[in-house]
Design a protein around this ligand. Structure first.
Ligand SMILES: *Cc1c(COP(=O)(O)O)cnc(C)c1O
Length: 491
């Protein structure tokens, strides 16, 4: 069962099942649904799983959570991993140095790790909507990776409509094209004049608009969300951390019980939360190392115990998916460690004072599981160039993990870095790193140059984007969003 991170308001159910939590992700007082208890991996679980496929491992973990979805539906959802580059290994673990491994999470249809969770999650959500004969609107604001993955998973799904808001000019060409060429009667993509914060705040004011809620009600449309606080995404993000360990056992790098580090390039903390839950369930993780960019809010929290956004402005970096000040899933860790009462208190302080402070014991408790460090663009670009010279290509997000690997990994044990995107999504930055220049290249030119230089294949789903028809040309002012969506919903 799932309970609420800020406690119960007496109006909502105090405990809900998995299906409820994913269809109605907002809990009392603006909180989130979190598992009441976490299951445990039984003795020699990992060794046993060395015989099994990724899909079988995922099913085993879903069973441990007793999710209220038929097994046949779960299996169909997991079959979507067959569409990844290697159906036997959707998230391959690649050895880069004797103690450094990369868990490549970007081999799905939109070339970012969002597919690992959104592919099966979208299938399950669509199934529930159809079975219950309910209509859902999924609203998403994206900085560039969630949008394409959400559109991809819900394309032409019955009873589901998706509206995706992106900052016009704030994404790479490839990310924009992935969205504006999306084909499906049930999809609407809208560019917003402004940055990602503007897109997100536009979405928030829409959700608060009475006229908008009234018009949804009249059409019998329920609102849901596919953002990374939805537990239906988190559960699939536990699996690949476990699979990376099983791979280390299979490659004879470790024996069952021996520990390893997991390093995650973090934004909204979904990926890191998946690792935290896996650790609590018994995965032998020494520590989860959090990598951030110059928006170093998580590094501050995990080193000083203070979460302070009062004097901060969002800065643009070469790792835009990590440009974030409010990292939503941190709340679930605070809840898990300190309980609903304290969690609510901390979250209220964040809203009213734009700041909260953990006490010494609380910080110590966080640091038992996490450490963190941030890097700037210069570091990331150098890391990209240095690793590319040695034959391994890291995207600008994954490159921030090198700082963690080099500076805060304290023990001489293996370190697994989560690679969250393929280089093809950020080709201009990649080419800047190799050229050591700051020229603004187009995605098309940079893709060609970079792939030629390093003799890399560009997947068809990326190269074909430049020839596809633009289906969603709209770029609108914030004030026009509601009208644009209302027209779309009326068909
Ligand atoms: C979403 C994303 C991240 C951040 O992941 P969180 O789970 O939100 O912390 C990092 N890198 C890339 C490429 C992403 O798309």
């Amino acid at each position: 069962m799932f309970i609420e991170t800020r406690g119960n308001d007496g109006k909502k159910s105090a405990k809900v099942e998995f299906s409820y939590a994913i269809l109605n992700p907002s809990a009392s007082f603006g909180g989130l649904y979190s598992p009441e208890t976490l299951p445990k991996f039984a003795g020699s679980f990992f060794t046993k799983m060395t015989e099994k496929s990724y899909k079988e491992l995922a099913l085993e973990i879903l069973r441990l959570f007793h999710v209220d979805i038929e097994e046949s539906v779960l299996k169909e959802a997991l079959d979507l991993y067959d569409g990844f580059d290697d159906k036997n290994s959707p998230a391959p673990l690649v050895k880069v140095k004797s103690d450094l491994f990369v868990n490549e999470l970007y081999h799905g249809p939109t070339r970012a790790f969002k597919d690992m969770a959104l592919q099966p999650f979208g299938y399950i959500l669509s199934h529930l909507a159809k079975k219950r004969n309910e209509k859902y609107l999924i609203l998403a604001a994206t900085s560039g990776d969630t949008g394409p993955a959400t559109l991809e998973t819900f394309e032409n799904k019955e009873n589901i409509k998706v509206v995706c808001l992106y900052p016009s000019g704030g994404t790479s060409d490839v990310q924009r094209l992935q969205m504006v060429t999306a084909d499906g009667e049930n999809l609407k993509v809208i560019g917003i004049e402004g940055n990602f914060d503007d897109a997100q705040s536009a979405l928030k004011s829409l959700l608060a608009s009475e006229t908008f809620k009234e018009s949804l009600k009249k059409q019998n449309i329920n609102l849901s969300a596919a953002n990374s606080v939805n537990f239906g995404r988190i559960i699939f993000q536990i699996v690949y951390h476990v699979s990376s360990y099983i791979e280390l056992l299979k490659q004879n790098v470790l024996k069952e019980g021996e520990k390893f580090y997991i390093t995650v390039p973090s934004g909204n903390f979904g990926n890191a939360l998946g690792a935290y839950y896996a650790k609590k369930m018994g995965l032998p993780v020494e520590k989860i190392l959090i990598a951030s960019n110059i928006n170093n809010i998580l590094t501050e929290l995990l080193t000083t115990g203070v979460y302070d956004i009062s004097g901060k402005k969002l800065l643009q970096s070469t790792s835009p998916a990590m440009d974030i000040l409010i990292s939503s899933n941190v709340e679930r860790v605070l809840f898990d460690k300190f309980g609903a009462k304290r969690c609510k208190e901390l979250m209220s302080e964040l809203i009213s004072k734009k700041l909260y402070k953990l006490n010494k014991d609380e910080l110590e408790s966080l640091r038992e599981d996490f450490d963190a460090v941030y890097s700037d663009d210069e570091f990331a670009l150098n890391a990209i160039a240095k690793f590319a010279e040695n034959g391994y290509v890291l995207d600008p997000h994954t490159a921030t993990c090198i700082k963690a690997y080099e500076t805060i990994k304290q023990k001489n044990i293996p370190c697994v870095i989560c690679s969250t995107a393929e280089w093809t999504k950020f080709a201009p930055v990649m080419w800047n790193a190799l050229q050591n220049d700051k020229i603004k290249y187009s995605d098309k030119v940079a893709l060609e140059n970079f792939s030629k230089r390093l003799n890399l294949r560009i997947p068809k789903c990326i190269s074909s984007l430049f020839e596809k028809e633009i289906k969603h040309p709209d770029v609108v002012k914030k004030s026009e969003i509601e009208k644009t969506i209302t027209i779309f919903l009326k068909g």
